[in-house]
Design a protein around this ligand. Structure first.
Ligand code: F6P
Length: 358
């Protein structure tokens, strides 16, 4: 009788999820001892009757390497410990654990961001369900791993958008604002901004002063550069909102139509220039992973498979200093990784004349 392991993808999707599934299945089934059960839509596939699961074998992995999204489906809503229904909030984890037992799963591999990995840790600690984590987010904001797959693909989309905005900005002498994702961190904005030749980058980690952005636009004009490219991370805030906590910051920028709209409004009040805003949104999450992410996702998928074969439940596979290995799940979810305002990348950007507004 084969031993069974479950795998699910949770949280927002990221290019490379299918490449992880493929590499994981190939690694785990090779010895002929294990079978892989894919759970649909994060843990939801276990909470519904009949269960929504798929047998993942070598055949079901065909053609998955380059495919965007996740063939298992995902959701970034709902936590099985506190699911909302008509009567309020219910803890569905006893049913989840019962379903896993019924299917004969020895444990579950959860491919997710800080939310899903936090749930995985609680399922293991509080419900005794063996779990292994695989880090995933386009935001690259998990401190326990150097890189998350999907990030570089998202940066590439934003870089391409900047290249395109560059030519039209130059033709029209306009100030172009590009709002990019990243939730509460500015990694996508910083990387895309440097790669795409942005003049200004606004990050959540460096509250920005509209005066400094206006000055940069005018300084460029003075040397004959009559256009400016401004990258705005969705979590960026001007200095007067910097004292707010993350939730209040989000509310304040949403009320203004988002971080990009707010930046355009504040800077527009100080400089007489034609301005336009592009909000890149989910284009950054869709489509095929770039080569870097296919390789990273494959490495992490193999790494997760090896953790299962070695019985190392309770760990998350990660990459550190170009080495793939395991780290306790506790450590994996402990800390958000933010952009270091004094770090090398910000320093390099400043050295090349990029303005951060603070
Ligand atoms: O965490 C990934 C991410 O794409 C963030 O960059 C963004 O803030 C969020 O998810 C968007 O979530 P949704 O897909 O629910 O709009």
């Amino acid at each position: 009788v084969a031993r069974k392991v479950g795998i699910c993808t949770g949280g927002g999707d990221a290019p490379g999820l299918n490449a992880v599934l493929r590499a994981f299945v190939k690694t785990v089934v090779r010895g002929g001892e294990w079978e892989v059960i894919g759970i649909e839509d994060a843990f939801n596939g276990l909470l519904e009757t009949p269960h929504r699961v798929q047998h993942l074998d070598l055949r079901s992995c065909q053609g998955l390497l380059h495919k965007g999204g996740t063939v298992l489906g995902t959701t970034n809503r709902g936590n099985p410990f506190t699911l909302k229904n008509d009567d309020g909030t219910v803890d569905r984890t006893p049913s989840l654990v019962a379903a896993a037992r019924e299917l004969g799963l020895e444990g579950i591999v959860s491919v997710g961001g800080d939310g899903s990995l936090g749930i995985a840790l609680r399922l293991m600690r509080e419900r005794g369900l063996p779990m292994i984590g695989v880090p995933k987010t386009i935001d690259n904001d998990l401190s326990a791993t150097d890189w998350t797959f999907g990030f570089q693909s998202a940066v590439e989309v934003a870089r391409d958008a900047l290249d395109r905005l560059h030519t039209t900005a130059e033709s029209h002498d306009r100030v172009m604002f590009l709002e990019v994702m990243g939730r509460d961190t500015g990694h996508i904005a910083l990387h895309a901004g440097i790669a795409g030749g942005a003049d200004v980058i606004l990050l959540p980690e460096i509250p920005w002063n509209p005066e400094l952005v206006a000055r940069k636009i005018l300084a460029r004009r003075a040397i004959g550069r009559r256009f400016t490219l401004v990258v705005v991370a969705e979590g960026a805030v001007p200095t007067d909102l910097a004292h707010l906590d993350l939730r209040a910051r989000k509310q304040a920028t949403s009320a203004e139509g988002g971080a990009g709209a707010l930046a355009m409004k504040r800077v527009g009040a100080l400089v007489d220039a034609e301005m336009r805003l592009t909000v890149l949104g989910h284009l950054q999450r869709g489509g095929s992973p770039i080569a870097f992410d296919r390789i990273l996702a494959t490495r992490l998928g193999v790494g997760a498979g090896e953790l299962v074969l070695a019985g190392r439940w309770g760990e998350m596979v990660r990459i550190r200093d170009d080495h793939v290995g395991g780290v306790p799940l506790e450590e994996a979810v402990a800390q958000l990784r933010t952009v270091d305002p004094a770090g090398e990348l910000v320093r390099v950007a400043r050295a090349t004349g990029i303005e951060f507004g603070g």
